[in-house]
Design a protein around this ligand. Structure first.
Ligand code: FE2
Length: 250
């Protein structure tokens, strides 16, 4: 396949003509700004997903310490709420259990798609959900501080975090929505329950389902989009996962 002389990415347009990198980045950021995610389908063998993600920002290590993680069924994890099995996941934002900022972007790259039904990554816009709320509810989600916790699977693996954050946080580079249906610690007589339920219902109605083929890559704005997964049966499903920190631009 011809390669553009200035290209590190080796991507082509709909006619198979080589694309300059600046054109790719302009399209990528334009789509990200508009939709909150970009899905790159069946990219060529020469495309390097790790090099692409490095252009977006510094990598945030996975819980295990590696920079590029594997998402696939792991032995002994079947009974946990955990990405490393074949069960569904509730909608959530990544890194709600981090002390500091959650990753700005999450990239999922398909090494081996699953056969059979399910196994989609589902995504929906949490800022759009927040816009549907009454102003008083949005203010409550901004002003109240909750305790969050890691999943039982992570505690089982020896990682037990309890950061404190609001659900909605204003940052100079955009609004951060943190969300977990099951790992935000709900207080007594707390009115958060119906709001978490409302976000989950919004997600069920509005989500887009991504079914992967080999060499597909999904990148989404994790400050804006919630993601989840539906169940699958093929234990051969294998994604790679990169968390990308927010890039400070000033
Ligand atoms: Fe996740």
């Amino acid at each position: 396949m011809p390669r553009h002389p200035d290209s590190l990415l080796s991507l082509t347009d709909f006619n198979g003509a080589p694309l300059a990198d600046d054109m790719v980045w302009k399209s990528f950021h334009g789509l990200m700004e508009r939709h909150g995610y970009v899905f790159m389908s069946s990219v060529p063998e020469t495309f390097d997903p790790v090099a692409f993600c490095k252009r977006l920002g510094d990598f945030v290590p996975q819980y295990t310490g590696v920079l590029v993680g594997d998402v696939r069924p792991e032995p002994g994890m079947e009974e946990f709420y955990h990405a490393g099995n074949t069960k569904p996941l509730y909608p959530h934002s990544e890194g709600y259990d981090f002390e500091g900022l959650p990753p700005r972007y999450l990239a999922l790259w398909c090494e081996t798609p699953n056969t059979g039904a399910g196994g989609e990554t589902t995504i929906a816009d949490a800022r759009a959900w927040a816009e549907t709320l009454a102003e008083a509810d949005r203010a409550y989600l901004r002003e109240r501080i909750w305790r969050w916790e890691t999943t039982d699977a992570m505690r089982h693996l020896g990682l037990d975090l309890h950061p404190e954050h609001p659900v909605i946080e204003d940052h100079p580079d955009g609004t951060i929505v943190r969300y977990s249906f099951n790992n935000l610690v709900r207080g007594e007589d707390d009115r958060i329950g119906p709001l978490l339920e409302d976000a989950k219902n919004h997600f069920e109605r509005e989500h887009v389902g991504i079914q992967y083929e080999r060499r597909d890559m999904l990148v989404f704005d994790n400050w804006r989009m919630l993601h989840a997964r539906n169940a699958f049966t093929d234990a051969g499903r294998h994604l790679r996962r990169i968390q990308i920190a927010h890039r400070v631009t000033q």
